[in-house]
Ligand binder design. Structure first.
Ligand SMILES: Nc1ncnc2c1ncn2[C@@H]1O[C@H](COP(=O)(O)OP(=O)(O)OP(=O)(O)O)[C@@H](O)[C@H]1O
Length: 255
């Protein structure tokens, strides 16, 4: 269980402090897939970084299975918009990273992951030989190597074309369904948020806070063109429009 209580994050800035997150409260049970959506600057990446243990200066509490998150650990896998692969390493070495491929258990796990992310046959390829979607699948496999309890994805498909993106969403759902890793997935894309998430967390900027959490009680695989999907998409869209229309406070107020 990932439990967030009263989480507030303030960045000092020359023109006054920036309240990137204010009083975030959220509980995400094991194996859940939760998407986060909101306009630029609403604190989505900041929240993910804190959950990843990459930023430990915050107020409030964030715990994973009861233990405070204070730094990076193998319990948390992180995936960014760019795959951040080592160009001089093969696919399998990028997945194993610091673990040795001479170790049979590591080789077995890397093999399983290559199957899972549908890269069989590309074990010895280098990143320059991969498409954007394939490279991002390597990054996902690498993040899963040590069986993290939670996978944190910050717009992982944001740089991909629409076709590849739709394919990657299906790959990710396959992974989640076979592995049941808890996933927090940040996106700008409303369809993606509703297609993937069991819950969609809609965030508001200035200061970043949760506006509403919408449950998506639709079975997987979801049909984007179906009426139930469109209905929930409409609910999220209406909330999202309210977020966009929210008045911008005087920048002098520092929030
Ligand atoms: N290192 C930093 N120093 C100062 N302010 C920061 C820093 N990082 C983020 N911020 C501010 O905190 C707020 C939240 O930023 P964050 O990047 O988390 O938003 P976001 O919702 O992920 O935006 P985007 O969708 O554009 O990536 C913004 O106002 C941003 O300018």
């Amino acid at each position: 269980m990932l439990a967030i209580q009263g989480l507030t994050k303030i960045f000092p800035a020359p023109a006054g402090e920036v309240v990137a997150l204010r009083d975030i409260r959220l509980e995400i049970g094991p194996g859940r897939l939760v998407t986060f959506i909101g306009p630029s600057g609403c604190g989505k990446s900041t929240l993910l970084k804190i959950a990843a243990g990459l930023d430990a200066s915050y107020e409030g509490s964030i715990t994973l299975d009861g233990r405070p998150i204070e730094g990076p650990s193998v319990e948390k896998g992180v995936i960014f918009q760019e795959p951040r692969l080592f160009p001089w390493w093969t696919v399998e070495k990028n997945i194993a990273a610091n673990a040795s491929l001479r170790d049979a258990a590591v080789r077995r796990r890397v093999g399983e992951l290559i199957e899972l992310v549908r890269l069989k046959g590309f074990e010895k390829a280098y990143p320059s030989e991969l498409s954007g979607g394939m490279a991002q699948r390597v990054a996902i496999a690498r993040a899963l190597l040590r069986r993290p309890k939670v996978l944190l994805l910050d717009e992982p498909f944001g740089a991909l074309d629409a076709f590849t993106r739709a394919h990657m969403q299906e790959v990710l759902l396959d992974i989640w369904q076979s592995d049941r890793t808890t996933m927090l997935f940040v996106t700008h894309d409303l369809d993606e948020a509703v297609f993937l998430g069991q819950q969609v967390v809609i965030m508001n900027p200035r200061p970043g806070h949760i506006r509403r959490v919408v449950s998506v009680d639709l079975p997987y695989p979801r049909q984007r063109t179906g009426a139930p999907f469109q209905e929930i998409r409409g609910v999220v869209l209406r909330e999202f429009e309210k977020v966009e229309e929210a008045p911008v406070p005087d920048p002098g107020a520092g929030i």
